[in-house]
Design a protein. Structure first.
Length: 232
């Protein structure tokens, strides 16, 4: 369930996630900076979590980043005006010959989507600095980095992300990703996703065990994760 938190609470959190109905808020805060993403409705992210590829009916994403230097915002929604949308040139579009795409709804992968979706060609991106719209190209790098950071540090859709990482880079790739995470709860969720993704070799299990012992605390369910790894 969603709840209201004060700035003092949020300031001390490495990652925060709240959800209600078809709305999800991802937030991180540290060193006077607060970044958040509000995801309303079903959306499909790129594999690197750096862009929104498609949206369900009425869905949109609002990304904000506030620090002492100012406030930045990105709005991502379906094109209603018919104008040419801004697009990331490096996003791989879904292959029409592949199975029906999956969608993220409240953090769970479901699909295929039964509603009318907005195609990648009709996703608009808008960028604002201190309330004034600026050219999308000025904010594109910030948007990609911040959206990816929020998804990773809050363990949003961790199961599917770990599955993709393991398929592409093996267990070593998943462990490398875990090492980059600042949030202990996110590391725990990634370890759980790894353990649920299939068996590990003795060498992989030992490497993962060493990382779990060094990067998790008792508050992050370290003992439970360690016990599962020792079972291999």
């Amino acid at each position: 369930m969603a709840r209201t938190i004060t700035w003092d609470e949020l300031r001390d959190l490495a990652g925060f996630e709240a959800e209600k109905d078809d709305h999800r808020i991802l937030a991180i805060a540290a060193d006077g900076r607060c970044a958040s993403a509000r995801i309303d409705g079903p959306v499909r992210l790129s594999d690197d979590a750096a862009d929104v590829l498609a949206l369900g009916p009425g869905a949109h994403v609002t990304l904000t980043d506030s620090a002492s230097g100012g406030n930045r915002r990105a709005d991502v929604r379906g094109s209603a005006s018919g104008t040419t949308p801004h697009r990331r040139a490096d996003v791989t579009r879904p292959n029409a010959a592949s199975p029906a795409p999956l969608y993220v709804i409240d953090g769970a992968i479901v699909g295929p989507d039964t509603g009318t979706t907005v195609s990648p060609d009709a996703v608009e991106h808008h960028y604002f600095v201190d309330g004034r719209e600026r050219p999308w190209e000025e904010g594109q790098a910030w948007y990609a980095a911040t959206l990816s950071e929020l998804v990773r540090e809050t363990a949003y859709d961790a199961g599917a992300r770990v599955a993709r990482l393991r398929a592409a880079q093996g267990v070593a790739g998943v462990l490398a990703e875990i090492r980059t995470l600042r949030n202990g709860h996110a590391r725990r969720d990634y370890f759980d996703a790894l353990l649920n993704s299939g068996s590990l070799s003795a060498v992989e299990a030992r490497t993962a065990l060493d990382l779990a012992n060094s990067s998790l605390t008792t508050g992050d369910d370290r003992d439970r994760i360690v016990a599962r790894l020792r079972a291999f």
